[in-house]
Design a protein around this ligand. Sequence first.
Ligand code: HEC
Ligand code: HEC
Length: 272
Amino acid sequence: MLRLNLLQHRHLAACLPLLLAAIGSVSVPAVAQDEGNLYDTPFDVSAGESYFQRQCTRCHGQDAKGNDETGAPDLTGSLRRASSDAGIFSIIRQGIAGTAMLPVPIDTPDPTVWQLVAYINSLRTDPANIDLPGDPAAGLALYNGKGDCARCHMINGRGGRLGPDLTLVGEQLDPEELKTALTVPDEDVAPRWWTVRVTQRDGSVVEGLRMDEDTFGLRVIDADANLWSFRKNEIDSFEVNQSSTMPSYTRTLTENEIDHLVAYLFSLRKEN
Ligand code: HEC
Ligand code: HEC
């Protein structure tokens, strides 16, 4: 029963953007507060950085690591007074009463403030500023050894295709999201990674990743990387499953080992 509700809920969530698009004009600023920061492209981060260099470094320092003399704190780690984008936004917009942290000039446009938020967030996910408990080298060994991750994942062109390419995953996910990917893989599975179980007319069953599906047909890639193509009117039935084929590692790996893997995955990014 619970399972059913969950499926329905996910289905609904997946349809929502389409529905909204069908209804028509969706005003972007109106949802900014709810949706988090809409100004967080690389362009916004660098615009935020130049504003920060002009207005904020005299207290927070060139590297945003804070300054004991002015009492302005380090902004590169987790913040004491804000845990969300909206929280950082309001600190910058309103200042912190009774401290040297003054509000930005009242005529500063919202997008500029969001760009500052994006810049501050980028400091927190800059690997140079992050102290992770795990050891990337130990994580690499686990990746190829006990974790057997390469069976499904590709890094720099090597590995399997049964899961997403992880070559740049350190840029795409932060350490917390990486940990969730390893411990609760069923959370947020993209449709690309849903599986399907096809029962053919002769009773035989094919199971695998649902490559694509339209009104008439269905393509499936099985665990041995064989590609199957079905016409829906020629099969008995099929069932789509939205959970992940990736196992959860909470039982098979220790907390430390998961930390090592997170450290390794987080190091996977473009060379600069
Ligand atoms: C005149 C000095 C000064 C300037 C200029 C300044 N700040 Fe601050 N800022 C502070 C001080 C001092 C605090 C700590 C206040 C407190 O919590 O007691 C602070 C706190 C903050 C915090 C909260 C940190 C936390 O850990 O919760 C953020 C975010 C922040 N500043 C961002 C900015 C940004 C962005 C700018 C530029 C637009 C800026 N500050 C300019 C002095 C300054
Ligand atoms: C049986 C195949 C399989 C194995 C083994 C496997 N994964 Fe996955 N992995 C997947 C699939 C499928 C997804 C996409 C669905 C999801 O989000 O869970 C995924 C998702 C991920 C993601 C999220 C990627 C993203 O872009 O959202 C990470 C990180 C990840 N795996 C790391 C690992 C690591 C590290 C290991 C080894 C400890 C591992 N996986 C083992 C199949 C696998």
